[in-house]
Every structure is written in structure tokens, then in C-alpha cells.
Design a protein around this ligand. Structure first.
Ligand SMILES: Cc1cc2nc3c(=O)[nH]c(=O)nc-3n(C[C@H](O)[C@H](O)[C@H](O)COP(=O)(O)O)c2cc1C
Ligand SMILES: [Mn+2]
Length: 476
């Protein structure tokens, strides 16, 4: 298991999943453009060794888990492990939480900067996309905060933009756990909220921070479960919070209760920039602590970024659990990276109108993150989008197979196809495509017989063909 970013980088070097760039690269769009294209090509992670205007001691590591290969490796699996195996591994470990272990001091505090020594511009925050509101210091971050009423500690991944040398503005959604605790317990009392922004902890700690996890859930313990080993944490220098001891960089500070700061716009995870600069939370830094030769970590947010793998994985499993609780005959759920956390594929034992309705109601009753659902039968490999598209194209009736639910006050406002007016009132809809055969059709004479290699030939014929496949002259 990887204890820090460095060990993970070493593994990526060995497997060929890392490109190291020694040439000088500018933090002003060049780094962002390279890193964006790498995501879109399903390319390797990147380690930038020389950043314009910054000393060579500080380097930048980009897109830690933006491909399934790297997600598999973070779990200690083979980079070639099928996606399904990664899903099952997450599921297995998720239930076995292990609380963090407090240690005396850690490498994340090898260097401590505070007072007149504190300047957020010392970190090479990149200008990631043309048109962003500013340079983003927190993209691949793990944000630690506490609920004062219960002492529950939350980890979440929320973006933070450079505001000035001492301040950041951020965008924890009001529905996020940090957003909720701030609104409920700090803002009303006018009390600043202590927050630690951790940049570059071990990969599975970031996975836990980005995961769909219940209110009151402790992501540090979830991280311990995923790692199969507790996360070692150390007390911060200027605030009363614990942070991963082996992290590269920690920004300690507080979210101010009585002020806001302009934030965004930003090239967001759906792959679009939407909206204007708006009011975000205002964070005041009290210290920066870091390792010697710190490695600043970045997610090149957008199409096929880290969220399209890791947020989608935990989101898909959360959807499955909710559907199970509501009596849906669900077998498995997958959210493909190309769907940008907007699309879920749900495999069911049987479909039909009633099941479709229950799925739509269940997944949109509180907040509706996704807006597109494919419902398929269990003979379809849901991790293979080609197979899904085939089922959709052939089995979904263009009128009776399409089910839509409309809602207001709980739509995902980052859904690109919603108008500005709809976003303002959180108005949206979710569509389900029923790609299953109608239950009332007779298996014997109404349901079309699937005529693919796997289904139409007898076992002996298939076995013979597979056995002789290479002899016929095929190379794969
Ligand atoms: C790279 C990345 C960036 C993210 N940025 C934000 C963000 O700015 N605001 C937000 O509310 N959620 C963001 N998310 C999603 C949250 O991390 C995710 O919803 C997580 O479950 C939040 O934790 P919480 O449930 O404890 O609030 C981001 C996820 C990733 C992977
Ligand atoms: Mn949480």
C-alpha cells in the first residue's frame, strides 16, 4: 500500500504510467493544456520538474487516478485489472473502516511557514483553463474540517482559487458536508471555521475524500479501510485539526464566517465552464507546512479527469445500495468515465415501467446528481459501453421505453444542458431508457433471439472456433 504520493509515483514510473517533463513549463495555461490533453487521450500521469517562476525544489504531479490503470494500481491491483475487479475491491474494503492513527510529527511539517514567511504565491498554483477566474491552488486536495456539535471530522475534495497572498476562495457546494456544517454551525454564530487543505496525500486518502459517503461519515477511517492500514495523522501547527502525516503540502487556516470572496468561473468536471464569477467562501491561511522538495498535486479538471473514475465509482456503488433499499431488482451499477458523472448504467433482473419509476424516484428524491440512466438486463456486460450502446439501440422502445421525471429545488446545477433560469431554481429532469424486454413478452416466441457469437452457437462450436482462432490466422 502506498504511504504517500512519492511511493505512488515510483510505482507509476515502473509500470510506464508516468511521463516526467524536465523542460520548463509555465503554470500559466501551458501546464493546464498538457494535462488536459493527457486526460482526453487516456494518457499517463505527469510529473512536471521545472515550473516557470518557481525553484526546482518544488515540482508538480498531475492527474493521479484519471485512468482505470492508475486506480487499479492505487488499490495494489495489476494495472490491467478489469474495471469490474476494481469496483469489487473498493466494495470489499469500504466496509472495513480503520480509524486514523495519531503520530508525533511527520514529514508534512518538515518546513513550516507562518507570519511574515507565509505567502500562498510560493506554491505553483496553475491557471488551468483559459477563462478560469484565477489560479487554482486546490484541485486535488483533501479538505479537513470538524462539526463542533459532534466532533465529526469530514474530509472532502473542494476546489480553492488563489485570492491574494493570504486568502483563497472556494466552492464547497451548499449540499457538501463542509458547506452544510459551515452553514449550520459556524456562519450563524459568526465563528471562523478551522480548515486544513491537504495537497498530495497518499492516493486512497484522496479517493476517500472524493467519495460519496454518508453525512457524519469519517472519510479518514474510510481511507484506512481502502488502504487496509490506518492513515497516520499529525496535529496541525496553528489549528486544532489532524492531517495525513505523509502529505506533501498542508495549508492551515480558517473559512471566515462574515465575509465572502469572488470565485470562479472554472472549467468544471462535466467538461464545461458554466456561469460567471460568483461569491465563494473566503479562506484565510494561518500556515503552510510542507515536506522538503514538496510535490504539488493537481487534477486537470474536465472531461475524463480523476472524478470521472473515482467519484463515479463510489457514486455508482452508492446508487446500487439505495436502489437495493428501495426494492429495485438491481444487480450492478456502472458510471462510465465518458458520462462525466451524469450517466449511470443500471443492470436489473427485470425492467418495465414500475421498476423504471422506482429507480427515477429513488435517485432524484433528495438531490439529483445524475440525469441519464440506461436500464439493462443482466446478460449485458455493463462495464462495456459498446454492449450498452447495442442494447440501447436495439432494445429500448423509442416511445414506451423512455421515462422522464421532472423536479425543482434539487437538480444538479452543474448539468450543462440546463438553462441559467433552471439552474437558479435547481430545476431539472432525469431520463431513464429501458433497454430490457417487456415482461409480458413470451420468451419462446416474442423475444427476439440474440444472434451474437456468445449466444447463438452451441458450446462445442464455440469451443472449436476459440481453440483454433489463432490457427485461422487471427492475432487477437
Ligand atoms: C478533483 C475533484 C474536485 C472536486 N471539486 C468539488 C468542489 O469544488 N465542490 C464540491 O462541492 N465538490 C467537489 N468535488 C466532489 C466532492 O469531492 C464529492 O462530492 C465528495 O463526496 C464531497 O465530500 P463530502 O460528501 O464530505 O462533502 C470534487 C471532486 C473531485 C474528485
Ligand atoms: Mn463527508
Amino acid at each position: 500500500m502506498f504511504n504517500d504520493t512519492r511511493e505512488f509515483i515510483t510505482a507509476l514510473q515502473a509500470s510506464g504510467d508516468l511521463v516526467e517533463i524536465d523542460e520548463e513549463v509555465s503554470w500559466d495555461l501551458e501546464l493546464g493544456a498538457i494535462s488536459r490533453l493527457a486526460c482526453e487521450k487516456d494518457g499517463p500521469a505527469i510529473w512536471f520538474k521545472r515550473i516557470t517562476d518557481y525553484p526546482k525544489e518544488i515540482t508538480v504531479f498531475v492527474n493521479p487516478m484519471a485512468t482505470w490503470r492508475r486506480v487499479a494500481m492505487a488499490f495494489g491491483l495489476s494495472p490491467n485489472a478489469p474495471i469490474q475487479e476494481v469496483y469489487r475491491e473498493y466494495e470489499k474494503r469500504e466496509g472495513k473502516v480503520r480509524p486514523p492513527k495519531i503520530v508525533n510529527g511527520g514529514p508534512c511539517q518538515e518546513v513550516v511557514r507562518r507570519g511574515s514567511d507565509l505567502d500562498l504565491f510560493d506554491l505553483p498554483a496553475p491557471m488551468l483553463h483559459e477563462g478560469d477566474g484565477g489560479r487554482y491552488l486546490g484541485t486535488w486536495d483533501l479538505v479537513v474540517s470538524r462539526d463542533p456539535s459532534s466532533d465529526w471530522v469530514n474530509w472532502g475534495t473542494y476546489r480553492f482559487m488563489l485570492y491574494d497572498s493570504l486568502h483563497l476562495t472556494g466552492f464547497p457546494r451548499p449540499t457538501s458536508h463542509l458547506g452544510k456544517v459551515f452553514q449550520d454551525h459556524y456562519a450563524p454564530r459568526g465563528k471562523p471555521m478551522p480548515v486544513a487543505i491537504v495537497v498530495g496525500a497518499d492516493p486512497l486518502s484522496h479517493f476517500a475524500a472524493s467519495a460519496t459517503y454518508h453525512l457524519g461519515g469519517d472519510e479518514a477511517s474510510l481511507a484506512g479501510g481502502l488502504r487496509e492500514k490506518p492513515v497516520e495523522v499529525v496535529p496541525c501547527q496553528t489549528i486544532d485539526l489532524l492531517v495525513p502525516a505523509h502529505a506533501e503540502i498542508v495549508i492551515e487556516g480558517e473559512v471566515l464566517a462574515d465575509r465572502v470572496g469572488l470565485e470562479g468561473p472554472y472549467g468544471e468536471y462535466p467538461g464545461y465552464r458554466t456561469g460567471e464569477m460568483g461569491n465563494g467562501v473566503l479562506f484565510r491561511a494561518t500556515a503552510i507546512t510542507h515536506r522538503n522538495n514538496p510535490i504539488f498535486t493537481v487534477d486537470a479538471t474536465g472531461y475524463k479527469d480523476d472524478s470521472s473514475t473515482i467519484t463515479a465509482l463510489s457514486g455508482a456503488l452508492a446508487i446500487r445500495r439505495r436502489l437495493e433499499r428501495h426494492g429495485v431488482p438491481v444487480v450492478d451499477v456502472y458510471m462510465p468515465p465518458e458520462g462525466a458523472v451524469h450517466l449511470a448504467v443500471v443492470a436489473v433482473k427485470y425492467g418495465g415501467k414500475e421498476v423504471a419509476k422506482t429507480i427515477l424516484e429513488t435517485l432524484t428524491s433528495r438531490r439529483a446528481l445524475i440525469s441519464k440512466i440506461f436500464m439493462v438486463e443482466t446478460d449485458i456486460d455493463i462495464f462495456d459501453m459498446g454492449k450498452i450502446l447495442h442494447a440501447f439501440s436495439t432494445k429500448c422502445h423509442p416511445a414506451h421505453g423512455v421515462h422522464v421525471i421532472h423536479y425543482e429545488g434539487r437538480a444538479n446545477t452543474l448539468t450543462p444542458c440546463y438553462s441559467q433560469g433552471d439552474r437558479a431554481v435547481q430545476k431539472g429532469a432525469t431520463v431513464l431508457f429501458d433497454c430490457t424486454w417487456p415482461g409480458e413478452w413470451s420468451r419462446e416466441w416474442e423475444i427476439p433471439v440474440k444472434a451474437t457469437f456468445d449466444t447463438i452457437f452451441s458450446d462445442p462450436v464455440r469451443a472449436k472456433v476459440l481453440e483454433r482462432w489463432r490457427d485461422y490466422g487471427f492475432d487477437k
